[in-house]
Design a protein around this ligand. Structure first.
Ligand SMILES: *[C@@H]1O[C@H](CO)[C@@H](O)[C@H](O)[C@H]1NC(C)=O
Ligand SMILES: *[C@@H]1O[C@H](CO)[C@@H](O)[C@H](O)[C@H]1NC(C)=O
Ligand SMILES: *[C@@H]1O[C@H](CO)[C@@H](O)[C@H](O)[C@H]1NC(C)=O
Ligand SMILES: *[C@@H]1O[C@H](CO)[C@@H](O)[C@H](O)[C@H]1NC(C)=O
Length: 825
């Protein structure tokens, strides 16, 4: 599959697309006017031609504007990378692809049936439905929740602590039939402390399992029940065919059951729909309202799209939910009770064996019975169990259009950074996730990348935050939903790619090679997009777009696109600035793409050249080395003398509590952003292994890095304590984020780089090795200790106490700690 080489300049004159027609027709007209002008000079003809030219000029430029307007949401022109999905991959058809809920299953299919769990304890239910659990919400204050085992294909099991109760949720699957197989789920509830006096041990728990139809889904669902008993839910969708769900109290005493069948206004309002349908049937007896028909404005009855069944039992209590497909002609047994337990146990054993085979923690002296081992399994499982399947369209904006427009509707199979706080796809996070996922299951990792690269537009851009579908949208304030096509995010998928090639190399199978081949033109276009749109003024330099040069509120205008949000850069954004982290990302990316080109037998000379050019430490040093502070740094219009101050109220405007403004005490000047600022950005040439192993600058970096001002007992600080903006708020309302806190993705890169430099030929191996051991141990033990004490893996860690901070659970890149444990980067 040889594709014509594609650079941004020739892509603009590619075959006609939407909006390009007038540009094309005008150029052919243009040549015919030229033909006419070879006739003898004729004044009238001349004027005619002039008018024609002007008219044409306007037409061309209008056409060209139309062309520019539509490019943002025109898909990249080429074969899609994802060839098979949905029913074509039965082993991954059903799954826990709704990471934003505590427990729910859906299919990898745009028009999925959506099912999930809500629960509450009737004696503890508060007015307004407070106490009903559904979406992972930090405000629920659960002591703990997360997958303890999950393989991304066959099963998953999760432990939830909702004090004083413990809930375990799991699911298993059975392939077969012609509609994507079957599954069962189990929810058990018990007291955490099983020794509490017997009389306390009969509290009620209500487990609600629901089934809902997405807008896209064609089909029906209904509750099936008799006078005395709820039999279950049945339904039909075009993908699933006929199906039914049954509910069994597989252990424990059922107090009562009830159901709800209604039309919910949308998937984002399921809990609200439940709350408004709760009824008090008798004292202490809260039930769902049964059939609750909705009507259109013209009194037509709407078909139900939401059916829920509630089993209320006495703790301890277990409910099994059995999903059966009508397409099974033979079923040896029902996945319930003991059969369920046996299959779950078989899956566990299989998981444990695979886990040890992949990560070999026992050989690192971590016994499989230890808490550390269980923690590593949980961290991996939460990364895998956090994989979702979304469908929808992003809102995007370019400078050529006044209002944001919708991207094309598309699916996205992706892991998420945090099930509670960021339950959606993030471009640069995903490249880090891929490092772990690809070690667990390469097919899953490649499929995730394939989905992302199918989101590439014709410009070579991928929106960096994917908020697809109503559930995802409901979690994001609308002003933050728009993605600009001039904004980048670190191209971390090249890290994943490089890692895959290094690890698997010639062990890749034919399908996997074919996937990479289909991805290749898109990777090229993506690289090109970065290489052109994020280019700096000085040759070889790069600059993140999207900083606000006009803000007076921010202490240091943010660089959200870099992923490091408020990490201090040049104080006054200008076009002349250049960013050392982006330079290093580009060097790494070019190198990875050159490697892939070679592996695919493609001509990768220009990537090799670009890689060599950028990896050449002389260029790096010239653009970014500061002899003054003896470290690498950004360059730009900068001063350290800034402060937030509250403006004096104007006379007669008393009590005006005006927002704090940035005050500049010293005129900024063009220089390296060196001074006292020191942190992750300065370390990038080391983090991405661009500094040559023999460079004396490596020694300087290693020594700087081991200073207690940046190396805390718990890992590397994002910003050293000596930096002027260390732990400073960016605005009154904007607490520090990348200004001292310890982040695991960067610590991962640091440990990985230390390992590299401790093995590469050079005079600083010993130095690197010592630091490697120290940093690796610090990060692992802190993340583990925090998990033990708080029940969670966190977004970031406090540099003075090690405490988890930011959101939780954050088992996106923080889960890379598994790779630190296995020492396999
Ligand atoms: C959930 O699993 C854990 C670990 O196996 C166990 O200690 C706990 O009792 C279980 N809880 C329930 C409700 O089954
Ligand atoms: C389920 O609940 C019913 C009603 O309380 C009870 O008779 C039955 O024994 C329970 N089943 C199991 C397996 O515990
Ligand atoms: C990247 O851009 C530079 C110029 O800015 C160019 O010289 C180089 O060839 C480009 N690399 C690739 C692989 O397109
Ligand atoms: C880190 O912990 C210290 C000591 O408790 C506290 O003063 C500081 O504010 C914490 N930092 C963050 C970001 O929470």
């Amino acid at each position: 599959m040889v594709r014509k080489r594609r650079t941004p300049s020739n892509s603009e004159v590619k075959k006609p697309e939407k909006g390009t027609n007038s540009a094309h027709s005008s150029s052919s007209n243009g040549s015919s006017t030229k033909g006419k002008s070879s006739k003898p000079f004729d004044i009238l003809g001349y004027w005619k031609q002039l008018v024609l030219c002007i008219v044409l000029g306007i037409a061309v430029s209008c056409g060209y504007m139309g062309y520019l307007e539509t490019r943002i949401n025109t898909p990249f022109d080429g074969k899609k990378v994802v060839l098979k999905s949905g029913l074509d991959i039965p082993e991954r058809f059903w799954g826990s692809y709704r990471p934003g809920v505590y427990f729910g299953l859906k299919t990898r299919d745009p028009a999925s049936l959506v099912t999930g769990l809500m629960w509450y304890f009737p004696n503890r239910l508060k007015p307004g439905g407070h106490g009903i659990r559904h979406w992972c919400e930090q405000g629920d204050n659960l002591a703990k929740y997360g997958w303890v085992r999950h393989d991304g294909k066959n099963f998953g099991e999760q432990e939830i602590i909702d004090r004083p109760f413990s809930l375990n949720t799991s699911f298993i699957k059975r392939l077969g039939g012609s509609n994507g197989g079957e599954w069962s789920a189990r929810i058990s509830v018990d007291y955490i402390n099983k020794n509490v006096a017997n009389e306390a041990k009969d509290e009620l728990v209500s487990l609600i399992w629901y089934v809902a139809l997405d807008e896209e889904t064609k089909g029906y669902i209904e509750a099936s029940y008799s006078q005395t008993k709820i039999i279950g839910i049945k339904g039909y969708t075009s993908t699933l065919g006929d199906f039914k769900l049954k509910f069994v109290n597989s252990s424990g005493v059922l107090d009562h059951e009830s159901f709800l069948s209604t039309t919910a206004p949308g998937l984002h309002l399921l809990k609200e729909t439940v709350i408004s349908s709760l009824r008090l049937a008798a004292p202490q007896k809260i039930v769902l309202a049964g059939e609750l028909p909705s009507f259109t404005g013209h009194d037509e009855k709407l078909d139900p799209n939401f059916v829920a069944v509630q089993l209320t039992g006495r703790v301890p209590f277990t409910m099994d939910v059995i999903f059966e497909s009508g397409s099974f002609s033979y079923r040896p047994d029902t996945l319930v009770g003991d059969t369920y337990t046996k299959i779950l146990q078989k899956n566990r054993v299989q998981f444990d064996q695979t886990f040890e085979k992949k990560f070999q923690l026992k050989t690192k002296g971590i016994p499989s019975s230890s808490k550390e081992y269980a923690f590593a399994q949980a961290a991996l499982s939460n990364m895998i169990g956090g994989i979702g399947y979304f469908y929808g369209a992003s809102k995007v904006q370019s400078t050529y259009i006044k209002e944001p427009v919708y991207y094309w509707r598309a699916p996205l199979y992706t892991a998420v950074p945090s099930r509670s706080f960021f339950p959606r796809g993030f471009l640069w996070d995903e490249g880090f996730h891929g490092l772990l996922i690809s070690q667990w299951d390469l097919d899953i990792a490649l499929d995730i990348m394939s989905h992302w690269f199918d989101l590439l537009n014709v410009e070579g851009w991928i929106p960096r935050e994917q908020i697809l579908g109503v559930e995802a949208l409901a979690k994001v304030p609308s002003e933050f939903t728009i993605q600009w096509n001039t904004y980048a995010n670190p191209p971390t998928f090249f890290l994943t790619l490089e890692s895959i090639l290094r690890r698997y190399g010639d062990k890749l199978n034919e399908d996997q090679w074919a996937t990479l081949e289909r991805m290749y033109p898109r990777l090229q276009a993506w690289f090109s997009w970065f290489n052109t749109t994020q280019r700096g003024e000085v040759p070889g330099s790069y600059r993140w777009r999207g900083r606000d040069p006009d803000t007076t509120r921010e202490l240091n205008p943010k660089t959200l696109t870099s992923g490091l949000d408020d990490y201090p850069r040049a104080s006054h954004p200008t076009d002349e600035e250049r960013h050392v982290d982006l330079y290093c990302w580009m060097a790494m990316a070019a190198h990875a793409l050159a490697t892939l080109s070679d592996a695919l037998g493609q001509d990768g000379r220009k990537y090799r050249q670009t890689a060599d050019y950028l990896m050449d430490n002389k260029l790096l040093d010239r653009l970014h080395w500061s002899d003054f502070s003896r470290r690498y740094a950004d360059y730009g219009l900068h001063t350290d003398s800034v402060r937030l101050e509250r403006p004096q109220p104007l006379p007669r405007q008393q009590n005006q509590n005006m927002e704090m403004q940035r005050v500049v005490f010293k005129k900024p000047e063009y220089r390296l952003v060196d001074g006292m600022t020191f942190g992750y950005v300065n370390l990038f040439p080391f983090l991405l292994q661009i500094v040559h192993p023999t460079s004396p600058k490596l020694e300087t970096i290693l020594k700087d890095m081991s200073q207690p001002s940046i190396l805390s007992k718990f890992g590397l600080r994002s910003l050293s304590k000596t930096s002027p903006l260390y732990m400073k708020r960016n605005t009154e309302h904007d607490p520090p984020y990348w200004r001292g806190q310890i982040w695991i993705n960067m610590n991962f890169l640091a440990v990985r780089a230390l390992k590299h430099y401790s093995e590469a030929e050079g005079p600083y191996r010993k130095l690197a090795e010592g630091l490697y051991k120290e940093l690796r141990k610090a990060v692992i033990s802190n993340v583990f200790n925090q998990y033990r004490h708080t029940g969670y893996v966190w977004e970031q860690y406090n540099d003075s106490t090690g405490e988890g901070s930011g959101c939780r659970p954050f088992t996106g890149w923080s889960a890379l700690v598994v790779l630190l444990m296995s020492e396999d980067y």
